[in-house]
Write a protein that binds this ligand. Structure first.
Ligand SMILES: *Cc1c(COP(=O)(O)O)cnc(C)c1O
Length: 227
């Protein structure tokens, strides 16, 4: 089997999982966007997935992402930076990311705004939410989500696009993502444009779709197990 055939087969399988999950949740397939998480995989794989119709790609390490973006400049791709945002990388990230998913600190948020302004770019900013309050694993505590939402919304080079979360290891994904959906709804009451709910990975995409996810971040089920 060629790599293209392998990716096609994996993609077919994921698409049918998404279809089934949408049907079970009474949602329209068009409400859900698949982000192919290409971290650790070569630019050649991104090219093949692009041939198969994927346009959204997720990367989590700046240097690696920066190189792939340069190598794939001829393709129309929406780049999602899904990793922890280190403030010393912001100037780089602001040059290529269309979406930044894991914002959870004022310093990273204001820094991203400044870097985006410097490069004349407008960036979609997502607030990462900690669903169990253990903020050492990334994400802002639910109690502080509104404060950082206000901050993102106040900055001219950021468009507040929504929320993101990873299901905590010790929590049922369905429970975790229903919490996320609730905070997403609260935020949308004040910021209606913040429509994205970035949730769900290879092992829990069904629970995410069941709880209103609009963007799924799928790595291993699509590209294979990472080293
Ligand atoms: C790596 C990663 C994913 C993809 O995880 P898989 O289990 O391989 O699908 C999704 N989200 C984030 C934040 C990641 O770092």
């Amino acid at each position: 089997m060629t790599r293209l055939q392998e990716l096609q087969q994996n993609l077919d399988e994921i698409n049918s999982r998404i279809q089934n999950a949408c049907a079970a949740a009474g949602r329209d397939l068009s409400e859900v966007t698949l982000i192919a998480v290409s971290k650790t995989w070569p630019a050649a794989d991104i090219r093949l997935l692009h041939e198969l119709g994927i346009r959204d790609f997720g990367e989590s390490r700046d240097q690696e992402a920066f190189e792939k973006v340069a190598a794939l400049a001829d393709l129309e791709i929406k780049w999602h930076f899904i990793g922890q945002v280190q403030t010393n990388k912001l100037n780089h990230i602001a040059q290529y990311a269309h979406y930044v998913h894991a914002l959870d600190r004022a310093k990273a948020i204001t820094g991203l705004n400044e870097a985006a302004a410097k490069h004349n770019r407008q960036i979609n900013a997502l607030l990462q939410i900690s669903l169990d309050g253990d903020i050492s694993r990334g994400g802002v505590a639910i109690e502080s989500a509104m404060e950082l939402s206000d901050l993102i919304s106040s900055l001219p080079s950021l468009d507040f696009a929504g929320v993101m979360a990873v299901a905590p290891l010790n929590m049922e994904p369905d429970m975790a993502f229903s919490r996320l959906e609730e905070i997403a709804r609260t935020i949308r009451n004040t910021y209606p444009a913040a429509k994205i709910v970035s949730a769900g990975m290879s092992n829990d995409l069904e629970a995410a779709v069941n709880n209103g996810a609009t963007h799924l971040r799928i790595g291993s089920a699509l590209l294979g197990n990472r080293e």
